[in-house]
Design a protein around this ligand. Sequence first.
Ligand code: F0G
Length: 337
Amino acid sequence: MPGLIERYRDRLPFAPDDPVISLQEGSTPLVPAPRLGERVGADVWLKIEGANPTGSFKDRGMTCAVSDAVRNGAEAVLCASTGNTAASLSAYAARAGIRGAVIVPEGKIATGKLAQALMHGARVIALRGNFDVALKLVREVCERQPIALVNSVNPFRLEGQKTASFEIVDEIGSIDALCIPVGNAGNITAYWKGFQEVGESPQMLGFQAAGAAPLVEGRVVENPETIASAIRIGNPARWEEAMAAMTASHGMVRAVTDEEILDAYKFLAAGEGVFCEPASASGVAGLLKYGAPEGVSRIVCVLTGHGLKDPQTALMQAGSVVPCEPDLGAVESAVLG
Ligand code: F0G
């Protein structure tokens, strides 16, 4: 499959001769989830966004944001990030041959994401403050300096991310509901835009971590806390648009606890064979907690990032390894348990 700008150029703001910075993102698997479906009494599919080149849905937005930045002659791109945007920016900046810088909350991003940003050669700045503070600061820096801001406040990010809705509709037609984690609220806004552009209106069911649930509580959360570090956000940039999407679609925004997130995370890995990162499991956690809404029988859960992004949380949650001496009897009894 070509990258998503090439695949969907007629529905994206790019002309045929515009530069395209791509890692052949998008076209991710939409996998039926029979065990999850059985538990909630509906047909459920998982949109595996961890299959994107840097392991998260951010690549959809980044191919567009960085292509636009290059079109405009930018020599550097900058973002605030809980990790995945940083990893994606770093890869696409490397691909474009421009400078990338990322500001992340110190000590609060998953190891895999940090490794990615550093390997791709971005300048990684560890801020002694949370994501919300970082986003405020990068907005100010980009007003003062000739640097392109590629957080999801950049409209090209949403343009790219809306293509996931196109893929769902192209592949399985109409669905009744979409379950999706909500952090800075760009992705749910983008999905809704995409669905609307193809004449679809599934219920948008957004889920936030209970310790970082500003949309649910209707107020800014000063010190957001959750094990799902990707969505540890207290003041989402796309607050109004996300709420509008949920209202217009007769959807809902609700909270799930860290424990519920981790249960869903383990269930997906062990029960469906799909390993996503903790934040990504919050949509499934919400579906399991609140059930399928009345009359809803076809549901897609968006799994936003790959499980390998956060090996530390995985190892903390998983069972332990079985030590074994190198002889046949010992190996046999270890295997048979
Ligand atoms: N899931 C994952 C794995 C994420 O990394 C994010 C956001 C979200 C869900 C929420 O998406 O912000 O559009 O509502 N991560 C951003 C980052 C904030 O910096 O990587 P959203």
